[in-house]
Design a protein around this ligand. Structure first.
Ligand SMILES: [Zn+2]
Ligand SMILES: [Zn+2]
Length: 109
C-alpha cells in the first residue's frame, strides 16, 4: 500500500447504549439504535461546524485544493468506480449500486 494516509483509529466496542447519546438500549454489537447513526452524524456537524460541510472540510484541511474523496480512496475506505472514465467514488456498496444504476446490470468489470 502506497501513499498511506490511513488514520490510526482506536478499536471501538459497542456498549449496549446508543452512541448518539439518547440513552436507548441497542442490540448486541450495535453502536446505535436504528437510524441514530445519521442523527449523531448530523448533530456532530451542527455542534462542531455550524451544520456547514465547507467548515468541516476546511477544519480538516480539505477543500478544492485537497480532495477529501481522494483521501477516502487512498486510505482504503472507499473505492473508485472502475467503469472507464467514470469519476464516481464511494463506499463499496455505494459504488456497486451506482454501477448497477448507471452502467447496467452486467458491468462489474
Ligand atoms: Zn440514539
Ligand atoms: Zn461509474
Amino acid at each position: 500500500m502506497m501513499g498511506m494516509t490511513t488514520p490510526k483509529l482506536p478499536r471501538l466496542i459497542p456498549t449496549g447504549t446508543c452512541w448518539c447519546g439518547c440513552g436507548a438500549e441497542t442490540g448486541v454489537g450495535a453502536f446505535f439504535a436504528r437510524g441514530h447513526d445519521k442523527v449523531a452524524e448530523a448533530a456532530l456537524l451542527a455542534a462542531e461546524y455550524g451544520s456547514s460541510v465547507p467548515q468541516m472540510l476546511h477544519k480538516h484541511g480539505y477543500g478544492p485544493g485537497r480532495s477529501v474523496t481522494h483521501d477516502a480512496v487512498e486510505n482504503g475506505a472507499w473505492i473508485r468506480c472502475d467503469h472507464r472514465g467514470c469519476p464516481y467514488v464511494g463506499a463499496p456498496a455505494s459504488v456497486r449500486s451506482h454501477a448497477r444504476k448507471y452502467h447496467g446490470p452486467n458491468t462489474t468489470e
